[in-house]
Ligand binder design. Structure first.
Ligand SMILES: Nc1ncnc2c1ncn2[C@@H]1O[C@H](COP(=O)(O)OP(=O)(O)O)[C@@H](O)[C@H]1O
Ligand SMILES: [Mg+2]
Length: 231
């Protein structure tokens, strides 16, 4: 356990990880280490900004790797929109390159929110076994290559500028609980008053048996006190 993240445990023996909202929480780990499963267990679906989902929205197939520019433009756009209204962004992508992590860190800085890296410290053998068991496998070659990048990420993570780097071991994945503390960043867009519930003049009443034949008052043009239309 690293000294920056002494494990806090609750009465049930779970490791308690405190996050603030808004923030950017970057999940980092090779394919099949369990990122998406973990995210789905601990966060609301809308709090998870997933590169697989962005890819699917862009090109109809979350496994089609041909359009990274469009995929990550959409992912980053989504994160920025959520941060602009003080929402939590749990970024579910491998985040294995320094550049991928820097892009997310830069967004967090632009929106003045904390950036947290969550490293999935899962052994290579477990990733390979999990990949082998799932329906659509990534394959050992890709996972082994990603694992090397992950080893580098573990070494450099703390110098990259993240406010917190949290390592979650494989045996802890099932035994973690998050506490999310709301620390809003003042933002004009968030503080703007809500629009009036009824911004349009109500429709003129439909003719009834008592007023049939009488023209309905024109509610679109304000009238002066003496009844003549104002200019
Ligand atoms: N803690 C775990 N223990 C055992 N199997 C797991 C665990 N977490 C995920 N899995 C399984 O491993 C496979 C890969 O998980 P997934 O969450 O899709 O990984 P990733 O998002 O990192 O690619 C899935 O079939 C999932 O059910
Ligand atoms: Mg996934």
């Amino acid at each position: 356990m690293n000294a920056e993240n002494p494990a806090v445990r609750n009465g049930a023996g779970q490791r308690v990880i405190r996050l603030t909202r808004p923030s950017v929480v970057v999940l980092c780990g090779p394919a099949a280490c369990g990122k998406s499963t973990f995210a789905a267990k601990h966060f609301r679906p809308t709090q998870i900004c997933s590169s697989d989902q962005a890819r699917a929205l862009v090109c109809d197939d979350e496994r089609d790797q041909r359009f990274p520019t469009q995929t990550f433009a959409l992912l980053h756009f989504l994160i920025e929109q959520r941060l602009s209204i003080n929402r939590l962004c749990v970024v579910d992508s491998t985040a294995l390159t320094v550049q991928a992590r820097k892009n997310l860190l830069d967004i967090s800085r632009r929106y003045h929110v904390p950036a947290v890296m969550l490293l999935f410290d899962v052994p290579l053998a477990a990733c390979l076994a999990r990949d082998g068991r799932r329906e659509r496998t990534v394959g050992p070659t890709a996972i082994e290559r990603q694992y090397q990048l992950f080893e580098q990420a573990k070494m450099t993570a703390k110098q990259e500028g993240f406010d917190q780097v949290i390592e979650v071991r494989d045996d802890e994945l099932e035994n973690v609980r998050f506490e999310i503390v709301f620390r809003p960043v003042p933002r004009p867009a968030v503080e703007a008053p809500r629009p009036e519930p009824r911004r349009f003049a109500s429709r003129a009443p439909r003719p009834t048996s008592t007023n049939r034949g009488t023209p309905a008052p024109d509610t679109r043009t304000p009238a002066t006190p003496n009844g003549t239309p104002s200019s």
